[in-house]
Design a protein around this ligand. Structure first.
Ligand code: BGC
Length: 460
């Protein structure tokens, strides 16, 4: 009888936590949506504003500049004002960015709007997974944080279809004058939805305790863990705050240096193994294999689909097989795929489906490993007191690496050639394998406070 009561209350709390996590994961949908939307708009904008190659690059990467600064500010701001308030600000920035990039008459107005939207994306990319981790019970944390990644890949997949539908609606002249405006403008819908729903989520209980507002955190923790466990959680969280000062200096202290190396290392490796070369330039890569425009577009849909399906698989696996195993399997398999893709280009064997198959395998390997797992690990390896600042630092490193890869990929293809470019990504994937093997601890099933004590053990 008692155990069935327990089961029931667990189900209720899991429902609550899942709902809250889905709302916050909508931030991930905006992230995917807004990074990918420009791929459909850029061709038309190029003609509308008569852009040269450098301006085309800037039209794509201006958002990422905003993201870098958004991620940088997210930690300090959310440590100070709370996770929820800063997520609300991010939603507003995102909406302003969407409206602003749909309406401009000059290219510089567009750039300003994209940077503003980017600030919102940088903030949500940092705070949404972190908030999910702070709300989730240990047993389900991986899955609930990985929901964020599922939302990101859903956003990428969705925007691709929306772009195609909008482009198919009018003739060429309409596409150049108007279609791209709708592509950006549609972002207002998920932005407003996110903003409204955010008012229904609770503040992070861990943040409340840090602000010495434990009495407000208790009802939230009771909804998550039930009466008995909630009290223990409050004590555990309080204790973890007593042991840390939470200063930036502490971030670089010997006890936390390892956590920082793992966090920043994985963030950079997630990008320099080349995923966004494929995500942002897939049609160009397929064209380089000799595919026509239509074929390259349908192959790009396949990339989005595989990314989506394997992210779902990852969510199922992450709390079962653990983070480390997924990272090891995924990075090894990415390395193999990249070697094969490079070799196919080197030997001129690109006309068949070989390159397509190995690119899909590469995306699948990323989607079960580095894609979701890096964001999960970033949200859980840092101690309570400095989680905001530390996660922000790592996510800023991730965006800078993203900027470098997306900016240098086209010139690298042109100067070094595709074979060398993909082999460089292969070497990075191999490095990721060894880095994970040596430095990344398994965090599956541990409470955030238990993970915290891992670092002091490994120091001792
Ligand atoms: C990465 C993004 C990438 C996406 C692709 C995310 O985990 O951070 O840069 O575009 O995965 O699915």
């Amino acid at each position: 009888m008692n155990s069935s009561l327990n089961d029931k209350s667990q189900q209720v709390s899991l429902k609550f936590v899942t709902l809250v996590s889905i709302i916050s994961a909508l931030g991930g949908l905006l992230f995917g949506f807004d990074t990918a939307v420009v791929s459909g708009a850029i061709g038309f904008m190029k003609e509308r504003f008569l852009l040269n190659e450098v301006q085309v690059g800037w039209a794509v990467s201006s958002l990422i500049i905003g993201c870098i600064f958004g991620a940088a500010g997210a930690g300090v701001l959310s440590d100070r004002f709370g996770r929820k308030k800063v997520m609300i600000v991010a939603a507003i920035l995102f909406i302003i960015g969407s409206v602003g990039s749909a309406l401009p008459d000059t290219f510089s107005d567009y750039i300003i709007a994209r940077i503003i939207g980017g600030l919102g994306i940088g903030i949500t990319s940092t705070l949404c997974p972190l908030y999910n981790a702070e709300i989730a019970p240990a047993k389900y944390r991986g899955r609930l944080v990985a929901l964020n990644q599922l939302a990101t890949v859903t956003g990428i997949f969705l925007v691709y279809f929306i772009n195609t539908a909008i482009a198919g609606y009018g003739d060429d002249a309409w596409d150049i004058s108007t279609a791209w405006r709708w592509m950006f403008g549609v972002g207002i819908i998920p932005g407003v939805l996110f903003l409204i729903l955010l008012f229904f989520v609770p503040e992070s209980p861990r943040w409340l305790i840090k602000q010495k507002r434990a009495e407000q955190s208790l009802p939230i923790l009771i909804r998550i863990h039930g009466e008995e466990l909630a009290k223990k959680e409050v004590l555990d969280i309080k204790r973890s705050f007593q042991e840390e000062s939470g200063s930036i200096r502490q971030l670089f202290s010997p006890a936390l240096r390892l956590a920082l190396i793992v966090g920043v290392g994985l963030a950079v490796l997630q990008q320099v193994t080349g995923i966004n070369a494929v995500m942002y330039y897939a049609p160009e890569i397929f064209k380089a294999t000799g595919a026509g425009t239509d074929a390259s577009l349908s192959q790009t849909i396949l990339v989005g689909m595989i990314n989506f399906i394997f992210t779902i698989l990852a969510i199922w696996l992450i709390d079962r097989v653990g983070r480390k195993a997924l990272l090891l399997i995924g990075s090894a398999s990415m390395a193999i795929c990249l070697v094969v893709i490079g070799a196919a280009f080197q030997m001129g064997e690109t006309s068949g489906t070989l390159v397509l198959i190995f690119i899909l395998l590469y995306v699948a390997s990323f989607a079960i490993s580095l894609g979701p797992v890096v964001w999960v690990i970033l949200s859980e390896i840092f101690p309570n007191r400095i989680r905001g600042k530390a996660t922000a630092l790592a996510s800023m490193a991730l965006w800078i690496a993203d900027y470098i890869v997306s900016q240098t990929f086209p010139p690298m293809l042109a100067s070094a050639g595709p074979a060398i470019t993909f082999w460089i990504f292969a070497i990075m994937s191999l490095f990721t394998f060894f880095f994970t093997w040596k430095a990344v601890p398994e965090t599956k099933g541990k409470s955030l406070e238990e993970i915290e004590s891992l670092w002091s053990q490994s120091k001792a």
